[in-house]
Design a protein around this ligand. Sequence first.
Ligand code: HPA
Ligand code: ZN
Length: 339
Amino acid sequence: MNPIQLESFIKGIPKAELHLHIEGTFEPELMFEIARRNQISIPYQSVEELKKAYNFNNLQEFLDIYYAGASVLLHEQDFYDLTWAYLIKVQEQNLIHTEIFFDPQTHTDRGVSFDTVIQGIHTALEDGHKKLGISSRIIMCFLRHLDESAAFETLEQALPYKKWIIGVGLDSSEMGHPPSKFERVFSKAIANGFISVAHAGEEGPAEYVWEAINLLKVSRIDHGNRSIDDKQLIKHIAEKQIPLTVCPLSNLELKVVDDLKDHPLLQLMDSGLMVTLNSDDPAYFGGYMNENYIEIASALNLSKKQITELAKNSFISSFLLDDEKEQMIQKVETFYQNN
Ligand code: HPA
Ligand code: ZN
């Protein structure tokens, strides 16, 4: 496939996104606009200057800037505008379903109420469904660098909004904050009807992936790259078909891999794993879903069949209802047959 054919195939194929932090879709232009209307100053003179700061050596360097960016979000309208801007991208890129993370503690710790955050995001997603035909789910992440009691408090705040939130996740600084730290919170969340997922094996060891599976009872692993270091783990994930939400451009920008040609995606697929492609924090990592597909497909020379498998996996691994999944997978198959 030449690059033009590859791009047009990827742009056209229906896809779902399963690993996307809404705060990570905050484009600098919108950040400046919201900062101005909220009368908050940003320590950068211009969009260009801010973009120059997007040069990360590891996860923590990124997180420091990501949390600083999110700090200009104050009002329900801000969360609505952030989410709506992402949904426009979703529509342009032929994503027909998206499952988005949000980090309540990033906002509640600054005095913004849980209600303000969830109302803004939820209303935009409802409009996205009505006006753009995009289906979606919301997953609430606990910040793992904060303590267990803060996570319990956040879970309490979420309970009145349970009908809008399908699951709980775990993100932020991985090293030194193993899944085991949140075993009791996840257990309570599951008892309350939430599905669970967790970031594991992005920078942390394969052992953290085992913990996410055994202690947090996750339905998906976010990232999971380091699973490759443990043959038994790979065998287990393959047997149970626990999906991995892989994020190529994030891995490149955060130096999880030095080059996309060294990315473990194909090894994972060849080991029989249920792998999906995702954009993670697209405003910070230089690309949304299609850019992630295009960059990794060209680096690893993926075929149309492999790209189609990844697109189908995104629906299989989603938290859609079975009949919704089937309909969307059929759309992927029809596209593949005609292209
Ligand atoms: N890893 C951990 N925490 C995060 C990420 C990530 O890639 N993006 C936003 N929060
Ligand atoms: Zn992530």
